[in-house]
Design a protein around this ligand. Sequence first.
Ligand code: GLA
Length: 729
Amino acid sequence: MAINYHRTSHIFTLDTENTTYQMKVDDYGFLLHLYYGARISGDMDYLLTYFDRGFSGNPADAGTDRTYSMDALPQEYPAMGTGDYRNSALIIHNGDGSDCCDLRYVSHEIRQGKYGLVGLPAVYAGEEEAQTLEILLEDSVSKVQVRLLYGVLEEEDIITRSVKITNLGSEDVIVEKAAGACLDFLAGSYDLISFYGRHVMERSFQRREIAHGSFSIGSRRGASSHQYNPAVIIARRDTTEDTGGCYGMMFVYSGSFLCEAEKDQFDQTRVLMGLQRDLFHYTLERGEVLTVPETVLCYSDEGFAALSNRYHRCIRKHLFRGKYGQAMRPVLLNSWEAFYFDFDGEKICKLAKEAATLGMDMVVMDDGWFGKREDDNSGLGDWQVNEEKLGCSLGELIERINSLGVKFGIWIEPEMISEDSDLYRTHPDWVMRIPGRKPIHARNQLVLDFSRAEVRDHIFKQICGVLDQGNVEYVKWDMNRSISDIYSQERSPGKVAHDYMLGVYEFLENLMERYPNMLIEGCSGGGGRFDAGMMYYTPQIWCSDNTDALDRLKIQYGTSFFYPAASVGAHVSAVPNHQTGRRISLRTRGIVAMAGSGFGYELDPNHMTEREKEQIREQIAKYKRYAPLVFSGDYYRLSSPFDDVYTAWMFVSEDGGRALVSAVMTIQNGNNNMPVSYVRLKGLDRDALYEEPDSGRCYYGSALMEAGLPLPAELGEYLSYQIELNRKL
Ligand code: GLA
């Protein structure tokens, strides 16, 4: 049993193969956190200490006992109003105007299988693969009930948490803040690793100490955002890629979020992950429930590499769904950087012809095919094919493309509307806007109120009307601005941001159900909604609008800490690169893009030389050989693009028999007078002999991992190397 409850000590123990999580219902009914970390045996309540702490309050139940204080004890789900002055996981505004919620244990249930969350993305597992613990807590005055949900995936070393808040009182309450998970640490010094960025430079790695005080990262943008990713690592200060303890908290949500880290007066650390509290005042009427999205927890005592690989496996096996959740993805050619808005049906067919001769599987017609859309100032919301522009119907276009042996994909941006559109002219009231104020524009577009069913239904019908015109095998779902003017004609403003996200999820679910064989690639100006929530619907996400190979090294490095290569959309684009002006060789661009299963091209091959086309053919053939390894292999970061002169990474098949090492020199100073870079490999079978098929050379796994491989000292900018290794039988 992964989950055990001890009747006399009231201790819950959640065991995975390598980790243990423990909590206890104490004498007053508070749920205290006892331990999370490497697997241990025994009851951990001996860790709790009781002192008369200055200026720390004691609950009335403790009577004259001045040593019992919620201000010092580690908690599972700390709520505002119990005498804990640290950051709260939950703030409830009661009908009488007070902000107080005193949660005490009522009951619990342990069951086989993993809980699901209605309307929200969540880790799923077979009946035999997981167990669920549900603990019911209640505030006896307001009758607010909180159900803490724990999913334990023993083999994967994964524990998930979610929370359901129900108002059973006679008055409305407002949830002012709700975290999905809290981790309290009694001792130790930790760093918080987070991933910050901006449009065209997402998920840069940042490591900083959780010192005294409190700091937060998050998003108020209505999307998880380019600026901060909703996944963090809490690492012991000496933890490295391969050694030391570290905890991951990955939020399975694509809207605004808040992660707070705090070190308190007693050197205890608390980290919370949950819904953003700004622009959020979630009214719960009697009987109403708010489900806080899931947080996926994982602990590794072998550094970041092991942590990353556990998350990668969890996402691939327990979040990805649909046909392409487990299938190799088509190599695609996207029209965006090839033509932007300047195309017609002929040009798309010419792309498809090139795609066919180069060995690509699919052509994607990006933005510009619908309504009046010659630039990004108009047309969003009018999801009717612009047949005049295409010179034919969509059905005819797809047939022509399919007859070349090439699949067809299309771009959509369902959540958005241009003021210059028929939809806006008919339904200006469908836009998110605050009465009496002019809404904020971004990319000259406004946001549709996806919290409203009639708005979603209209767009859904329109988009299905397009997709039903032919054999559409792929959709790129874009979202090209942050949400503002949070307001809805239908519900209280404090509910809109979250209900909007639920609306998006419902739409995606319906789309998946109606087109089960279609691949949906997520996108939000590249990686503005690159999160585990979206991966439940879109197992592939366009990683960044920045296709420059050098910048991609950093972006893909940061991405890899939580998200598998199987989720990464990465394309080879033309030079000079459209985002940076940099010229990087086709070889290096290819090697960098091969770090994602959403491998493809974003250029017009008609402008390429025969030699370049030949190189692309070879690249694709190579990629197809490596595709299963990239998709499901273990992933190792071999250096840091922020600190080292080269960036290297590798994939190793689960059985250790195959590996693919990639390296790019990012700093070059004085060819053979430079220090030699030795890339030390990871994850190989130490005793096995590996052959490099290109050179026929053989090396032992132990040698490659201990001493490494020297990178050649050659003249050139951003030179790259790709080394395949196969275990010799
Ligand atoms: C976003 C996407 C791009 C492209 C454009 C189209 O920026 O990230 O890849 O689809 O929109 O407008």
